[in-house]
Design a protein around this ligand. Structure first.
Ligand SMILES: *[C@@H]1O[C@H](CO)[C@@H](O)[C@H](O)[C@H]1NC(C)=O
Length: 350
């Protein structure tokens, strides 16, 4: 968990509680006493968060369950990079001491995690898992889009509710701090939430004579989280380095030639480390042991990935499907083939 900032540390704790609770499910349903016990034992919560946690244990559970999705999305977006959003399984008591520089990567992690919370909550609402919300109640009656009139029907994902809760809960920690880093986190949290809303789409079902679509019922649905991930990844590429303005309330661009950040931009305060070597202070795991691609010329090439330290090559056996034959009708039967492939891994620092 080396790279995750302290705000995230909290979600991890929630997830751990959730995972534990999965083994012993009754623990979650102990009612108020149970949620009090749980919420008191998540380290790093500010008072406001502890309160919300106690009042909404099921919401916490939904947030914890959604966590693996945004972590997976972060790792997907950066899988071929020196920084790969890798979460290191280690004693979670250490998390509180971990530092992550106020870098572009921190900006991404905050944005994708707050987006993930919104996504998970909105889905939990429309999935009927929470008492405090369900489908979006404002999506009723009739409306119009480019193709004409339609009736609201089905269940629209209640993203506004999810945004409000996530804002109250996730931002509470930063509101308690009010320093430059807190401003940065708040901005990126909001950019993440906005990114989820951007990809809501109208889904419709046609009715009418022989599918003529003269009548439509539609609902507003969250898109696949990948779209949010891709979007935030582009924002990461264009992230703006900022400094806090003289009033300590907003940002100015850190360099004169940079544009002022908009609400959808990710912002960061400090340059990233190169992530080549393991460093606790900068939140870098280093690239020793990472797999690299000898023929690539990109960021996953052995030159770039291994930071010039060189790499080791080992022969490993891979099993693939081969000699597939089509059988009439309709099945495909394959053999398992064992291939020897070369695997290149970066040398560690000496
Ligand atoms: C390595 O990079 C080459 C060139 O970009 C690419 O064609 C190939 O699929 C990559 N190999 C792996 C294992 O990713």
């Amino acid at each position: 968990m080396n790279l995750l900032p302290s705000g995230i540390f909290f979600y991890l704790s929630v997830a751990m509680c959730w995972l534990t609770s999965h083994v012993d499910a009754s623990w979650w349903y102990m009612g108020t006493i149970g949620s009090q016990v749980m919420c008191d034992n998540i380290p790093g919560l500010v008072n406001k968060q502890r309160q919300l946690c106690r009042q909404h244990p099921k919401v916490m559970q939904a947030i914890g369950a959604g966590m693996k999705d945004w972590i997976a999305e972060c790792q997907y977006q950066f899988k071929n990079h020196r920084w790969n959003c890798q979460t290191m399984a280690r004693d979670h008591n250490l998390f509180g001491r971990l530092l992550l520089r106020s870098s572009r990567e921190a900006a991404f992690v905050y944005a994708v995690s707050s987006a993930g919370v919104v996504h998970a909550l909105a889905r939990a609402c429309s999935g009927g898992q929470l008492d405090s919300c369900s489908c979006d109640p404002t999506k009723k009656g009739s409306s119009r889009d480019a193709q004409g009139a339609f009736d609201w029907g089905g269940c629209s994902d209640h993203v506004e509710h999810a945004v409000r809760f996530s804002q109250a809960f996730v931002d509470a920690k930063e509101r308690a701090e009010r320093d430059a880093r807190a401003l940065m986190n708040l901005h990126n949290n909001r950019a993440g939430r906005k990114a989820v809303k951007r990809f809501m789409t109208l889904e419709c079902k046609c009715h009418g004579v022989s599918g003529s679509c003269s009548l439509r019922t539609c609902w507003l649905a969250l898109a696949d989280f990948r779209l949010t991930g891709d979007h935030l990844r582009r924002r990461y590429n264009g992230a703006v380095q900022v400094a806090v303005d003289q009033y300590g309330a907003g940002f100015t661009a850190a360099h004169a030639h940079l544009k002022r950040p908009g609400k959808n931009d990710l912002v960061y305060l400090e340059d990233s480390p190169d992530y080549c070597v393991r460093s606790f202070e900068s939140g870098s795991l280093g690239t020793g042991g990472r797999v690299c691609n000898r023929t690539s010329r990109g960021v996953d090439s052995c030159e770039v990935m291994c930071c010039g330290r060189g790499y080791d090559t080992s022969r490993v056996s891979r099993t693939t499907k081969c000699e597939c034959k089509f059988h009439w009708c309709c099945a495909v039967h394959c053999q398992d083939c064992h291939l020897q492939v070369d695997l290149h891994t970066c040398k560690g620092q000496t």
